[in-house]
Design a protein around this ligand. Structure first.
Ligand SMILES: Cc1ncc(COP(=O)(O)O)c(C=O)c1O
Length: 364
């Protein structure tokens, strides 16, 4: 039995781990350049592309040691071209981060930005695509964690498909728990991480891309560490990575992927998260709290709640943390107005019962 005080993390990753995933960290001392680690790398990459039926056989994965941002930056460094334009669709912090990454890497790009509480501006994307034939790639954030909005990818994806434009997706906070229709949305590549909906430990992130992208879509990366060509060649050759991998995080990711499969895959995980979100919403609404967006706009992963008058985020955070629950602040100006509750991780019915009592004493 590991000795730790059980914390219920309601922040958007890292998550409360299952005992199985935590114990996997102790699986052994392995060198990342031994054949057993090459086998583990192949196994994880194979499981990652099988999380979604549509991706299996059509996509290949590579994993790298880093947080979600490392995978997003590696995807942009390696697939956004230098000789054509990438359009970035922004409605939150993570869309803004994508534009910043492209600026830092000197990759030609243009942005279509909406306010953080608004949906993606598809009409403007359509007119930009019509006016700028040099746009070859579009980047979007699937679940914009800033607010909890699940961006509606169907229209954007259809536009990309019709115009023959590659869609690159930040799926960091949706992979493993929301539908990702790669064919319908013309997804060429996506980036995600181990420690959100997959329930692994932080330390490993990954990029999945169509087989054709690995063969013909790679661009000069302008980075040594984030050059996915080297990872692809290594992991899909002898099975080794160009740099030291987080071996223990890989043990845990493999265990987390097995547990996701045993649980019934991403669809089952989505229903679990939705049920948790629904339960918490019933309580908070009874207590008079309101959501920032309309309920149907949210992902299953995280909802944003307006702070009631007279209570600051730090009051709410302290009251919940004293009882073992960690919630999350809003970002930027939103920090004064909202708090966020995520529904990921190993959360049980009795945790939700306890949470219910704690929310009632905090907000009544
Ligand atoms: C949509 C999205 N993209 C990127 C990131 C960045 O991930 P990390 O903090 O692991 O670098 C996050 C983190 O919450 C996210 O939610």
């Amino acid at each position: 039995m590991s000795e730790h005080k059980r914390s219920i993390l309601l922040n958007p990753g890292p998550v409360t781990l299952t005992e199985g995933v935590r114990n996997a960290l102790h699986r052994g001392d392995w060198c990342h350049r031994e054949p057993e680690f090459a086998d583990l790398t192949r196994d994880i990459n194979g499981r990652l592309v099988r999380v979604y039926r549509e991706m299996a056989g059509a996509f290949d994965a590579v994993m790298l040691t880093g947080s979600g941002t490392s995978a997003v930056e590696a995807m942009l460094a390696s697939f956004a071209p230098q000789d054509s334009t990438t359009l970035v669709v922004i409605n939150g912090v993570y869309g803004e981060r994508i534009a910043k990454i492209l600026t830092v890497h000197g990759k030609p790009h243009t942005v279509v930005a909406s306010a953080w509480d608004e949906p993606m501006d598809i009409d403007r994307v359509r007119s930009e695509l019509d006016m700028q034939p040099e746009i070859s790639h579009v980047v979007a954030v699937h679940h914009e964690t800033t607010t909890g909005r699940l961006n509606d990818m169907s229209e954007l994806g259809e536009l990309c498909r019709k115009q023959g434009v590659n869609l690159l997706l930040d799926a960091v906070s949706s992979f493993g728990a929301e539908a990702i229709n790669v064919d319908e949305w013309n997804v060429a590549a996506l980036a995600a991480t181990a420690n959100k909906c997959l329930h692994g430990v932080p330390g490993i992130a990954f990029v999945l891309a169509r087989k054709a992208m690995w063969k013909e879509g790679l661009q000069p990366a302008g980075s040594v560490y984030l050059d996915l060509a080297a990872y692809y060649q290594g992991q899909h050759g002898e099975g080794f990575s160009p740099f030291t991998q987080s071996v223990q995080a890989a043990f845990s990711l493999r265990q987390a992927l097995e547990e996701l499969e045993d649980e019934g895959g991403w669809e089952q995980r989505r229903s679990n998260y939705r049920r948790r979100a629904g339960r918490i919403a019933v309580t908070l609404k009874q207590l008079g709290l309101e959501t920032m967006l309309s309920p149907e706009e949210y992902s299953c992963v995280l909802w944003s709640w307006l702070l009631p008058k007279g209570l600051s985020y730090s009051d709410v955070h302290a009251a919940l943390k004293a009882e073992g629950f960690v919630v999350y602040a809003g970002q930027g100006d939103l920090s004064k107005h909202i708090f966020r509750i995520a529904h990921m991780g190993d959360i049980h019915e009795d945790d939700l019962d306890r949470l219910d009592n704690v929310l009632r004493s905090c907000f009544s």
